[in-house]
Design a protein around this ligand. Structure first.
Ligand code: BG6
Length: 481
């Protein structure tokens, strides 16, 4: 299959070649991620003026489109998934930037054609988005060696970054050899979520929290990310991955590190990165003795009958962890993580449970709501109104996205991350040394769990995972979500 695209394109202006400042190439342009997330995000960036004018998007796929038919297909997806109301004129403006280049990106010989195509244009800088299964990362990187100028570009990669530590390290080496360490942008879309970005502000801009954010005042922290969906059409990928690799190794450990880190010495990407890294290096390692207290894995009934899942699969669709961070700030305070599919709800919440001043009162609880509600909930104690001295808990409940203006002004994670990549803001992406430590941590847990023959508990779809996850909590504690 030879490279092919529509002849006419907007880079000519009255016969004059226009300079393209930013050329975004999306590999996997006919896949689910592109249709559901990337195109709507790029369209919104046009609508909100975040996509530089002199930019262009080249979609690479195997399917038999040309730019015209691709734009028509894109319209349907954008209309369906756009965050902001669909506007015909904005779509046309967006569509003018959209080109289809048909090629088999796993064929190394096809890249000379792509090189020739790009040589016809006046391109300032390249961004390559690998919106494809990880098994294609390597061949695309090799192929891009044929494309002049790509080595000075940036690459955005979707997770999972590798299948284990060894494959992640090999992949990293290969990417660094072509793009250099600073050209690699590893997406963790949780880092683009509004309320995940808000954790730092809540922690460090409020002395009422900053000063008590330690084990002296905090009894425990819970990070819950529950989903009501099962594996749907992703059984093939998921069955080789499981909840620990799919959610914990990346998204949830990233959140944990932001919740637990010291205040960055400087508010720069490096400052943030170093502060997060310190948390990862201080995570207490599991051993054969402690693993049964630290980890509970579960699988929902019916998972083995899902398409592309092995009929005897031992892959976990649920994981609950009890982690300790061995540093002065967190000595003795457990961090609990819980995530699972088909748990009957779609919600992500971070709960900080403070120590009670005395046994008869309820604890203060701060909950940061990540999704679908974005907000902050605070439980505190008051005297019961009336002729009594009873103390009762009450709450302040701030819902950020209940406010339409906030909702409209809050970019979706992919809009943020693509914008951040264009600007070269690396703090929005996961860094290699963090990924390395997280892979190590999670792989070790997984191995100990299976070496010590701990059970994979089953749970009924629609319930919040196996009961054993409740029992791993401290006395009198329960999951707040
Ligand atoms: C992805 C996982 O990274 O995150 C999926 O691969 C999971 O399994 C998804 O469903 C959850 O993302 P969100 O943004 O819907 O919470």
């Amino acid at each position: 299959m030879k490279g092919r695209t529509a002849k006419a394109h907007s880079t000519t202006n009255g016969g004059k070649q226009m300079k393209i400042d930013t050329n975004i190439t999306i590999f996997g342009g006919t896949g689910d991620l592109t249709f559901r997330k990337l195109l709507p995000a790029l369209y919104t960036m046009v609508l909100t003026g975040k996509l530089p004018n002199a930019s262009r998007i080249v979609i690479i796929g195997r399917r038999d489109y040309d730019s015209g038919s691709y734009r028509r297909a894109a319209r349907d997806w954008v209309e369906k998934f756009t965050r902001l109301p669909f506007k015909e004129d904005s779509f046309l403006q967006f569509a003018e930037k959209l080109y289809y280049y048909q090629m088999n990106f796993s064929d190394i010989n096809a890249y000379q054609g792509l090189d020739a195509y790009y040589r016809e244009q006046d391109i300032g800088s390249h961004i390559f988005y690998y919106a494809v299964a990880p098994r294609f990362f390597s061949v695309i990187t090799q192929g891009l060696k044929e494309v002049k100028g790509s080595e000075n570009g940036k690459v955005i990669l979707e997770k999972p970054f590798g299948e284990n530590l060894a494959s992640a390290a090999a992949l990293n080496k290969e990417l660094e050899a072509h793009f250099g360490a600073r050209g690699i942008y590893r997406i963790d879309h949780y880092l683009g979520k509004e309320m995940v970005r808000n954790i730092q502000a809540i922690r460090f801009a409020n002395p009422i929290f900053t000063d008590v954010w330690n084990s002296r005042y905090i009894e425990s922290v819970q990070i819950s990310a529950l989903e009501d969906m099962g594996v749907e059409t992703r059984g093939g990928y998921y069955d080789a991955s499981g909840a620990l690799k799919d959610m914990v190794q990346n998204h949830l450990l990233q959140i944990l590190s932001i919740m637990a880190m010291e205040e960055p010495g400087e508010m720069t990407p490096k400052g943030l990165h170093d502060a997060q890294l310190d948390v990862f290096t201080s995570l207490r390692q599991a051993d054969e003795e402690s693993i049964s207290d630290m980890l509970v894995l579960g699988q929902y009934d019916g998972y083995r009958q899902e398409p592309l899942v092995k009929p005897d699969s031992k892959t976990e669709t649920f994981a609950a962890l009890k982690l300790f961070i061995d540093n002065t700030r967190w000595k003795g305070t457990p961090f609990y993580i819980r995530t699972g599919k088909k748990t009957g709800m779609r919600e992500i919440e971070l709960s900080v449970i403070f120590r009670r001043p005395y046994a008869q009162v309820e604890p203060n609880v701060l909950i940061i709501k990540i999704q679908p509600t974005e907000g902050v909930y605070l439980q505190f104690n008051i005297k019961r109104p009336g002729d009594t001295d009873d103390i009762i808990p009450t709450k302040m409940d701030f819902c950020q996205n209940c406010n339409l203006v906030h909702q409209l002004n809050t970019p979706e994670a992919y809009e943020r991350l693509i914008t951040a990549c264009i600007k070269g803001e690396s703090s929005w992406f996961s860094q290699w040394d963090q990924i390395e430590l997280c892979w190590n941590y999670v792989s070790r847990l997984k191995k100990l769990y299976s070496d010590t023959d701990l059970p994979l508990y089953s749970y009924v779809p629609g319930t919040p995972g196996p009961g054993e996850a409740e029992r791993m909590l401290g006395q009198g504690e329960h999951w707040l979500l």
